[in-house]
Design a protein around this ligand. Sequence first.
Ligand code: HXC
Length: 292
Amino acid sequence: MPNTLDQSYVQRSAWRPDLFAGKVVFITGGAGSICRVQAEALVLLGANAAIIGRNVEKTEAAAKEIATLRPGAKVIGIGAIDVRKVQSLKEAVDKTVQELGRIDFVIAGAAGNFLCDFNHLSSNAFKSIIDIDLLGSFNTVKVTFDQLRKNKGAILFVSATLHYYGVPFQIGVGAAKAGVDALSNALAVELGPLGIRSNTLAPGKIQGTEGMSRLSKASESEAKRTVPLQRLGTTEDIADGTVYLFSPAASYVTGDVLVVDGGNWQVSSGIGANDYPVTLLDAINAPKGGKL
Ligand code: HXC
């Protein structure tokens, strides 16, 4: 399965080809694997996009490639932007409005993370993750708020599932993403009366992503063993969830979390997780018990 989308997505997907015609999306972390595919899906379905990132070359190259997906698409890459610095983000917003005319959708996707146990995690390392993932998400909405209000737009935070239970080596990101979910919920309540929706998408194990290669040493067959749907996620699964949440089909959905993980977090650390699904299948396939 490819990690990026091409034109065949428009034919294959359940979505109308011009679903987002006239809309503009502002995406932090848009050159990374998850957020890039979110941008690709929205552009393929008619939107224009601003891709925001720290690395100038990577950000500009991604924007150029995404622009080729649809004739007439306008995709700008704005590099050297750190979501921790609200003023630089504000400049990226000004440039987006100047070049693309407006902002309807905001994806707060920029993230920083690494595996580290509590004993070795410094206060500054913890702060770095909180600053990128949580403060950066706040800053992203802060600077786009005027546009969101004007256009009755929608916000999508990219979160995770690892704060639903205790995950070792992931203290910083777990705490940050719990905060991101709380931020989204509060914004849904505060901004709902303005016609602005705020939701969160929580990816699980998505194959071919930076998160998987950074955080998981497991082979594919090992990684998918504890996923109820018995496969790793694809970037297209993320694209579909993203399109849904921005589409009119979700016009009454706000303050929600869409978990796209094949059901994985439900079994991740529960009793029997080590033997999953062997003990479960043994029980299901065993001869019928006594009473109904
Ligand atoms: C322990 C570490 C460390 C590591 C950095 N630090 N890496 N500590 N183990 N592997 C410490 C440093 O020693 C320093 O603390 C502090 O963190 C800040 O480090 P800097 O390098 O100065 O920070 P900065 O340049 O701002 O870089 C931020 C970063 C970096 C998060 C540390 O990894 C980064 O920029 N990452 C961006 C890309 C990324 O991480 N993407 C992840 C996407 S995946 P001291 O005390 O020495 O000063 C993802 C999935 C989440 O987010 C969900 C999972 C399911």
